[in-house]
Design a protein around this ligand. Structure first.
Ligand code: UTP
Length: 286
């Protein structure tokens, strides 16, 4: 039973400057909802009851967002439309959310290592705080179902264009079915020609607690950061790791072009905006 999730959200977000100079990229809104609220919702919809957010310098807004805001609640409670009041209260009560601060941004691997104490000996989910996956069944749920079958770590992967493999962590392995692979190699941002496939990590993981020992044994790698991929390669020598081409579309909000596309796609899906927004887009494209 996987009940705990870790959401790393301490990164500097340098690819999204200047917006991220004084505010966390995880709080960037997709129309009216911050990215991290989608991520927390996915965890809850997947059956997670305990969430640890890896926070850091300049990330107070994330903590405030999931806290109660009495002043605003009181004002909204007096208004005739109760729906905003209810919505605000629900955000404050979404799940049992804990925080720990990563004092130096030493990489995703280091961020996850901060969860060691909180997670203990259990397998747990990792959901990147800057990545939304739009899917029918939450991707974390899809991964938990595979974990329940194999009792081993499982990561979600997606196909990327051949010219983009050098931007991602790439996995190679043997096919078990159309969507599932047993991994035999993982390379972080491979050079052209070095990539074992075009399947890239897609921001969602189920990891066994053995990963913490592996992270402790991992030296700083690319960009002088503790890379999760390097620790997972150590884990691979000890346990099996599976890769699932999960159903769903990944949106990497840390990347400006993806952010722009996400807002357009989500805008077109919102019933209250869809018609007018579609007409607007058609008109400007003309
Ligand atoms: P990224 O590598 O996309 O985030 O990490 P970043 O370092 O903020 O990005 P750039 O390159 O500077 O723009 C993926 C997730 O891991 C978290 C980030 O907050 C993001 O949600 N992360 C990354 C940490 O929590 N700590 C780190 O040291 C690095």
């Amino acid at each position: 039973m996987i009940k705990k999730a870790v959401i790393p959200a301490a990164g500097l977000g340098t690819r999204f400057l200047p917006a991220t100079k004084a505010q966390p990229k995880e709080m960037l809104p997709i129309i009216d909802t911050p990215v991290i609220q989608y991520v927390v919702q996915e965890a809850i919809d997947s059956g997670i009851t305990d969430i640890l957010i890896i926070s850091g310098k300049g990330k107070r807004a994330v903590e405030d967002h999931f806290d109660r805001n009495w002043e605003l609640e009181n004002i909204l409670a007096q208004k005739e439309d109760e729906s905003w009041y209810q919505m605000l209260r629900q955000i404050g009560e979404m799940a049992d959310i804990h925080y720990i601060r990563q004092k130096e941004t030493k990489g995703l691997g280091d961020a996850i290592l901060h969860a060691k104490q909180h997670v203990g000996e259990e397998p747990f989910a990792v959901l990147l705080g800057d990545t939304i996956v739009d899917s029918t069944i939450p991707v974390t749920r899809q991964l938990i179902d595979i974990y329940d079958q194999y009792q081993q770590s499982v990561v979600s992967v997606e196909e990327v264009a051949a010219e983009k493999v050098s931007r991602y962590g790439i996995v190679g392995g043997d096919d078990l079915s159309e969507r599932l692979k047993k991994i035999n190699i993982m390379i972080e941002k491979p050079d052209t020609g070095e990539a074992p496939s075009n399947l890239a990590f897609a921001g969602r993981y189920i990891l066994t607690s053995q990963i913490f020992t592996c992270l402790e044994e991992t030296s700083p790698g690319k960009h002088d950061e503790i890379q999760l991929t390097d620790a997972m390669n150590i884990l691979l020598q000890r346990e099996s790791i599976y890769a699932l081409r999960a159903q769903g579309k990944r949106h990497d909000i840390g990347n400006k072009m993806d952010y722009l596309k996400t807002i357009v796609e989500f805008g077109l899906k919102r019933p209250e905006f869809a018609k007018e927004f579609r007409t607007f887009l058609k008109d400007i494209i003309k």
